[in-house]
Design a binder for this molecule. Structure first.
Ligand code: COI
Length: 353
C-alpha cells in the first residue's frame, strides 16, 4: 500500500535562532513534524507540516485515559554529512508491539520510514555535531476519539517530532532503589512504551531528587527484590568480570541500546547474563569490593555510568570511572558505529541520503 505524504514546508526556518552547541534535552524542536490520521478503520491523510501547537478537543481519550505510546530514536551525522539512523526497524517494530498492547492500529512501515526519512531530509541541518549531541526523534501515537467512557476506540493520530539534544546525563547518575512504589507488574504494560508508565513515575522521581538522587531503580512488584529498570533506561551491573542485566520478563522494556550493548559485550568475548538480578547480589558484591561497574542504557541516555545505588539507607558505591574500562570502550564503539566511524558489521545503521 502506498501512503502519499503531502509536504507543506515552512517559509522561514527557526534554525538560525537556535544554538546547537548549547542545548537542554528535549526543549527545542525542529521546523517540521509528521502527522498521520487513522479513522474509519484505515490510515487516511499523512502530511509533513510545520512543528507547532495543534488544536485538540478537550475530550480526546488519550488525555483522559492515557491511550498513548511513543518511541525514542536518534540521528547523527556521518563524516560526509549524511543523517544516520540506528536500528530504525527495531523502533518501528516496538511501536507496533506497544500499539498492540494498547489496542491501537499498527503503523505501516511505509508511513513510519517514509515519514521519518522525509522529515530528516528536510530538517537535516538541525542535527547537532557536538560530542554527545544528536537529533532525538520522537514518534508517538495517541487516541483522538472524543469520548468520555471506557469503550473501544477508533480514532488515532501518529506523529513524529524531532529535537536537537545534548547529553541526557552529564555526570554519572545516583540511583535510589525503589522500596515503596512500583513501575510495572506481571500482566501490566511494563514492556511497552506506554506514556502512562512514565507519568506514574513523576512522584517517586521527585521524591528521589529531593534526597539527592537522579533517578529511581524500579524493582519487581512482589518482593522489591529483583532489579527491573531505571526511570529512563535499562540497567546493567558488572560483578567481577561478569555483566548482569534483568531478563525480559514482560516487566521491562526490550531496549534497542540494551540489545546492542549485549551484542557488543558478547562480540568482545565478555559474559553477559540476562536473568533475575537480586539486589542482594549487589549488596554482597559491594561488600566484597567486586561491584566493578554499573550503567544504564537507553536511546536518550546512551550508555550512562551509574555512580552509586542508595538502598535501605546505605550507599552502594560503584568503582571509580577510570576503572570502568570495558563499558567506556563499549560506549565508544557504539558511538563509532552510529556515526559510521566503525564499520557496521551488525547491519545496524541506515544512512538517509
Ligand atoms: C528514550 O531513551 O528514548 C526514552 O524514551 C526514555 C525517556 C527519555 C523516557
Amino acid at each position: 500500500m502506498i501512503y502519499p505524504i503531502n509536504q507543506t514546508k515552512v517559509t522561514k526556518s527557526r534554525l538560525s535562532e537556535v544554538d546547537l552547541t548549547n542545548l537542554a534535552f528535549g526543549k527545542t524542536f525542529t521546523d517540521h513534524m509528521l502527522v498521520a490520521d487513522y479513522y474509519d478503520g484505515k490510515w487516511q491523510k499523512c502530511e509533513i507540516t510545520s512543528y507547532g501547537p495543534t488544536s485538540t478537543s478537550p475530550s480526546i481519550y488519550a488525555l483522559h485515559y492515557g491511550q498513548s505510546i511513543f518511541e525514542g530514536m536518534k540521528a547523527v551525522k556521518d563524516a560526509n554529512g549524511n543523517a544516520m539512523l540506528f536500528r530504525p526497524d527495531d523502533n518501528w517494530k516496538r511501536l507496533n508491539y506497544s500499539a498492540h498492547r494498547l489496542a491501537m492500529p499498527d503503523v505501516p512501515r511505509e508511513i513510519f520510514m517514509d515519514g521519518l526519512t522525509q522529515l530528516l531530509k528536510l530538517d537535516k541541518d538541525w542535527i547537532p555535531q557536538e560530542e554527545g549531541s544528536a537529533l532525538y526523534i520522537r514518534p508517538f501515537m495517541y487516541c483522538a476519539d472524543e469520548l468520555i467512557g471506557i469503550k473501544p476506540t477508533e480514532v488515532f493520530q501518529f506523529k513524529i517530532i524531532m529535537s536537537p539534544v545534548s547529553k541526557y546525563y552529564s555526570q554519572p547518575v545516583k540511583i535510589l532503589v525503589a522500596d515503596k512504589f512500583v513501575r510495572a507488574c506481571a500482566g501490566g504494560t511494563g514492556d511497552v512504551k506506554a506514556a502512562g508508565n512514565y507519568g506514574a513515575t513523576q512522584l517517586p522521581m521527585i521524591e528521589a531528587k529531593k534526597l539527592g538522587y537522579d533517578q529511581v531503580l524500579w524493582m519487581d512488584a512482589r518482593e522489591f527484590r529483583y532489579l527491573n529498570e531505571i526511570g529512563s533506561m535499562n540497567v546493567f551491573v558488572q560483578i567481577e568480570d561478569k555483566f548482569l542485566t534483568p531478563e525480559l520478563d514482560g516487566n521491562i522494556l526490550d531496549g534497542v541500546t540494551r540489545r546492542s550493548v549485549i551484542a557488543l559485550l558478547k562480540d568482545e568475548g565478555y559474559t553477559v547474563e540476562e536473568r533475575k538480578v537480586d539486589i542482594a547480589e549487589l549488596v554482597e558484591a559491594h561488600e566484597k569490593g567486586i561491584l566493578n561497574d554499573a550503567f544504564g542504557t537507553g536511546t536518550a541516555a546512551s550508555l550512562a555510568p551509574i555512580d552509586s545505588f542508595g538502598y535501605k539507607g546505605k550507599t552502594l558505591q560503584v568503582k571509580p570511572m577510570e576503572q570502568r574500562i570495558i563499558s567506556n570502550h563499549i560506549k565508544k564503539r557504539l558511538d563509532a558505529i552510529k556515526c559510521g566511524v566503525e564499520a557496521d558489521k551488525f547491519g545496524w545503521v541506515m544512512a538517509v541520503l
